[in-house]
Design a protein around this ligand. Sequence first.
Ligand code: WT7
Length: 633
Amino acid sequence: MSQLKTLEAYQKAYQKSIENPEEFWDEIAHQFLWKEKWTKTLEWNFAEPNIKWFINGKFNITENAIDRHLLTSANKTAFIWESNFVDKPNRIITYQNLHDEVCKVANTLKSFGVKKGDRVCIYMPMIPETIFAMLACARIGAVHSVVFAGFSASALAGRIQDSDCKVVLTTDGAYRGVKDIPIKAVVDEALQTCPFVEKVLIYKHTNTAITLTNRDVIWQNVVTNASQLCTPELMNSEDVLFILYTSGSTGKPKGVVHTCGGYMIYTCYSFQNVFQMNLDTDSKDLFWCTADVGWITGHSYIAYGPLLAGVSSVIFEGVPSFPDAGRFWNVIDKYKVTHFYTAPTAIRALEACGLEFVTPYKLNSLKVLGSVGEPINEEAWHWYHKNIGKENCPIVDTWWQTETGGILISALAGVTPTKPSFATLPLPGIQPLLVDEKGDEILGNNVEGNLCIKFPWPSIIRTTYGDHARCKQAYFETYPGLYFTGDGCRRDENGFYRITGRVDDVMNISGHRIGTAEVESAINSHTDVVESAVVGYPHDIKGQGIYAYVIAPSTTKNHDNLRKEILAEVTKIIGAIAKPDKIQIVSGLPKTRSGKIMRRILRKIAEGEITNLGDTSTLLDPAVVEEIVKGRI
Ligand code: WT7
């Protein structure tokens, strides 16, 4: 396998990947199981964009992620599932079990009439069945669209409609800490506006009461008896593997499209090299990524990456704080987790609970720690390094995005150097550059600019579902000829990259990506709201919090009530993750003469930087700013 083991090996691979990218990826791709080899490695232009990797190659990703391991490792653990509840028995799923369960779900989907290319929505909690469902889709060539089970009925409906899903997979309920959330009821509500959905398959998990309609089928009644054999559908490299919705700076969430070949190669390669697990079949290494499978991190580093690499990993249903703030550390000791991958927001939240939740645990199985989702501040980095890693574990700060499919900038654990709060160096095949506002490249070190990538890597976004123009506009038009990430970035004296945060109107709340426009549109749907503007501001635990400025009519007297209703409205339209932390009722918003809201000013006020608001002379009504400053929360 293609693991780089020394700094020199990394440098050599990097050099080769830049000089001859096609040959570089060709060699790696040859290590996978193909039914027919590709006839051309790469075809691309960023103008349309049109990006194709491993053209005419034919294979199925599940044969690579599952069947390929059966010869040597049928009884190896693919997943250990840890329930929300400490005392509930765990489940061990071997590669053989995984094969059988995936085939059973695949055959069930086939019996529903699901065919290659059909879209299937998965709205499920963190249980093994969710992974079975994703892989079952991939097995038969259906396109999965996983929607995080914390999204509201209306957000779910929007996603089901956008990709015209034929079938929805869900559970009766979901446990999250002390909560028992009736998620089938959310699906029922969503489907009121999705009459085209033909079947709903429900896995009974919590035994929460549900109402059944004609299109509902109980998983345990059909999947259990389905055949454990299912011939994998022959897929073309560029056939769609999945759609995953993510927020942008404007409009509703867009469906990021990933295709089979490139995604397989890159998630596996990045997984093997960043985390540096021992890949021997009898290795005792155990991976644990705490993300939810509803986000790209869960897709690439719970489902596909680890399985393609043939390792064992943990799936955790619960939350870090239940039954107490020691849960993560308890699970690490219980299973002897060696490679642990989590988000800065979780680290900060657990740090705030105190060391008394850490010290009861040994944590001596750990070898590598990972961070993902947002910039990790130095304080949290050191706490993680000292108290969890016992100063013995390299921390890989992995920068990437839903659109990139896999990790693009990160240290390779124990192989390349780390530096607190720096993602450090690009992986082989990744050509980052910094540009200024005009799009000119900023050369040299010790510089800062907007982060772009100048050459395609195998798992780059191919399109946004149903709207190719939007993909072009969002990522390839700002700086023609480049993929624009939306992130600001600094390159230090050694050429190490440090991501400074989004430079567009996208917020990062506890590692969740939320567009300001989406939250504003949800707030504006309240009948008493005239207009609103939303910005992110620094938040000790969440990284960023949401600050909403809301104009209400002067007739609305009870502002506390309005605030409560706004929170309910946002929860209803998007989900609890998008609830503003602060809502300030104002009589006007700072606008330019052409009517554009000056967010720069609102951001500064939310950050508490009120002494230097910059140039306000272009404002239509400067008095508004004074009023907002006075009333800030
Ligand atoms: C945005 C992408 C990629 C998995 C989870 C988030 C921010 C992500 C880092 C990091 C600094 C990071 C960026 C990026 N981000 N990882 N290690 N350091 N920032 O995926 O929801 O698509 O969000 O998350 O701003 O653009 P996503």
